[in-house]
Design a protein around this ligand. Structure first.
Ligand code: ZN
Ligand code: ZN
Length: 281
C-alpha cells in the first residue's frame, strides 16, 4: 500500500511494510492553465498570419492585374433557363439573362450577391425570349443598373407582355426598356474583364453572345446547346440565319472555348464542331 507524504516533500518515505513511495509534487497552478495558453497564443498567431498572407495576396493580384473569375449559374423558371452572374476579384459583377420569376428564385439570386459581397454593374440579355427576361424588372428595381441588349430584339422584348399569361406567368412584371444597345463587334467590360459582342441571329433576331478571350469562354444564350441548337420556329427565327451564326461566328472561336448555354450543361466549341445536330441540316 502506498502512503501519501503528508508534508508534500519529495523525500522518499517508508511505510510500515517497508515500501518506499515518492509523493507527486503539488501543482502551483491549475493543471489546465499551462496547456490552454499556448493554444490560444498559437491560434492568435495563425489568425495574424492568415491576415498578412491574404493582404499580401490581394496586393499581388491587383499589382499584376491577375483575374480571378467566377461564373455562377442558376437554373430558373419552368423552362429551366440558365441565369449567369459573372464576377472577378474586384467584386464587380454582371447579371446575364435573369430568368428568376418566383420569389424564391429572386431571393436565391439576391442572396448570392449579398453573400459574396458583389456589386452588380450591368444587366445583360443575350436575347429577349420570356424565359431569359422574367427577372429583368426585379433586378433593375433592386440594383438600378443599366440594361443592355441588341436593338433588333427590342420587339421580342415588347411582345412578352402579350403572351406571358399563355405560359402561366400571370405575375410577369414588364421589363424596363434597355438603357444601352449591344453592338456587333463592340466590347463591354467590367472590373478586370472584357467581352466581345457577336451578333448571332437565327434563334432570335437580336441574339448576341459574349466572348471572353482571356478566360476562353462564351456566354452563348440559345444559339448552341450541348449536342443541339436553339429552335427557329419562334417569331424572328430562321434556320439559315442560325446556321450562318453557328458556322461563321461560333465555330470560328477557338476549339477549347467553353460554351455556357441558356439551357442545359456547358460544352466546348470543339465538341460541337464535331457532333452538333446542326450538321444534319
Ligand atoms: Zn430563346
Ligand atoms: Zn431560352
Amino acid at each position: 500500500m502506498e502512503v501519501p507524504c503528508a508534508s508534500c516533500c519529495e523525500k522518499p518515505k517508508s511505510n510500515n511494510k517497508g515500501i518506499i513511495t515518492i509523493a507527486p509534487p503539488t501543482p502551483t497552478t491549475p493543471l489546465s492553465t499551462p496547456a490552454k495558453r499556448p493554444i490560444k497564443r498559437r491560434r492568435r498567431i495563425v489568425i495574424k498570419l492568415i491576415k498578412v498572407i491574404s493582404h499580401k495576396y490581394k496586393e499581388l493580384i491587383s499589382l499584376h492585374n491577375i483575374i480571378i473569375m467566377k461564373i455562377k449559374t442558376f437554373t430558373f423558371n419552368q423552362f429551366q433557363e440558365n441565369t449567369f452572374v459573372i464576377s472577378d476579384n474586384t467584386s464587380d459583377c454582371i447579371i446575364i439573362d435573369p430568368g428568376c420569376y418566383l420569389q424564391e428564385e429572386k431571393n436565391e439570386l439576391e442572396n448570392y450577391i449579398i453573400e459574396n459581397k458583389l456589386k452588380p454593374i450591368y444587366l445583360i440579355n443575350t436575347h429577349c425570349h420570356i424565359d431569359h427576361i422574367l427577372g429583368n424588372a426585379a433586378v433593375k428595381s433592386k440594383y438600378n443598373i443599366p440594361l443592355y441588349l441588341h436593338k433588333e430584339d427590342l420587339s421580342t422584348l415588347h411582345s412578352v407582355e402579350s403572351y406571358a399569361h399563355v405560359y402561366g406567368f400571370e405575375k410577369y412584371k414588364t421589363s424596363p426598356d434597355p438603357d444601352e444597345y449591344l453592338i456587333d463587334q463592340s466590347e463591354i467590360s467590367f472590373g478586370l474583364m472584357k467581352f466581345k459582342i457577336h451578333h448571332t441571329p437565327g434563334h432570335a433576331p437580336g441574339h448576341v453572345v459574349l466572348y471572353n478571350q482571356e478566360n476562353k469562354f462564351v456566354i452563348n444564350g440559345d444559339v448552341l446547346f450541348n449536342g443541339s441548337f436553339g429552335r427557329v420556329d419562334l417569331p424572328g427565327g430562321d434556320l439559315e440565319t442560325l446556321k450562318n451564326s453557328i458556322f461563321d461566328v461560333m465555330f470560328q472561336l477557338p476549339e477549347d472555348t467553353i460554351v455556357y448555354c441558356g439551357h442545359g450543361p456547358e460544352t466546348t466549341i470543339g465538341k460541337e464542331k464535331k457532333d452538333n445536330y446542326i450538321h444534319q441540316f
